[in-house]
Design a protein around this ligand. Structure first.
Ligand code: SAM
Length: 228
């Protein structure tokens, strides 16, 4: 599989092309599981209507995807953005394989105002799993477990992805958990944040995305880095 390229399709199929133990770091922001009891339904479907697009962002991912990620990683070294409802699934899966867990968080200072009977949606969870022997580089400044920043509404609008993640946080994760020229995989790459962060920090990336629309947006972002 070529490096520094975004592949369009279902990541479970595409990942079969990646050799065993060839990836240094995985950063993923998969579909969040929002409604408890509903999972896996839209995974891999091709329908492009609005309802399905929303569903494909809220149906979670099966362990089959995690197993494939473990196969391609040299050692378990993976960050996963997730909802509260997915914490148990991911922690159980990786701890059963002997990995250590860290729970990081992004606290958004400009959450959508809600006045219903619930807390604000102002926290995004970021799980980090690594197996014995995997180093966390970085410094006092880069190693804090929480980020407090606003949602970048400009990037959200510019790259039209509803769940775009901050570039500076992604770069920080890469600096802490990889070295220059390492290979970073993001198989749910959306608008390409991980690709841009990898290039900005001198790493290679492999990107995968189901929706052609986002593949195009990610490629535009990457090309604009190269001044094309
Ligand atoms: C939460 S978004 C990622 C956003 C990204 N972090 C960013 O900053 O733009 C998840 C992405 O995964 C894609 N996706 C969902 N299921 C997929 C699958 N089976 N294979 C590949 N991509 C998939 C969705 O289309 C969506 O763009």
């Amino acid at each position: 599989m070529e490096l520094n390229k975004i592949y369009q399709g279902d990541c479970l199929e595409l990942m079969k092309e990646i050799p065993d133990k060839s990836v240094d770091l995985v950063i993923i922001d998969p579909p969040y599981q929002i409604n408890q009891g509903k999972s896996g339904g839209a995974f891999g479907r091709d329908k492009r209507d609005f309802h399905n697009q929303i569903e494909s962002l809220t149906n979670g991912i099966p362990n089959e995807v995690l197993r494939e990620l473990v196969r391609v990683m040299k050692k378990i070294n993976i960050y996963i953005w997730c909802s509260k409802d997915q914490l148990r699934q991911f922690i159980n899966f990786f701890e059963d394989l002997g990995a250590k867990t860290d729970l990081l968080a992004w606290h958004k200072t400009n959450p959508v105002p809600t006045c219903n009977n619930k807390y604000l949606s102002d926290t995004e969870y970021l799980l980090f799993f690594r197996e014995k022997g995997v180093k966390v580089h970085g410094t006092y400044k880069t190693k804090k477990k929480y980020y407090v920043t606003p949602t970048n509404k400009e990037d959200k609008k510019l790259y039209t992805h509803p769940t775009i993640k901050p570039l500076d946080i992604t770069e920080n994760l890469i600096i802490n958990s990889s070295e220059e020229k390492n290979v970073i995989l993001d198989c749910f790459i959306g608008s390409g944040t991980t690709a841009v962060a990898a290039l900005n920090t001198g790493r290679f990336f492999i990107g995968m995305e189901k929706e052609q629309e986002y593949v195009d947006i990610a490629n535009e972002r990457i090309n604009s880095l190269k001044g094309e």
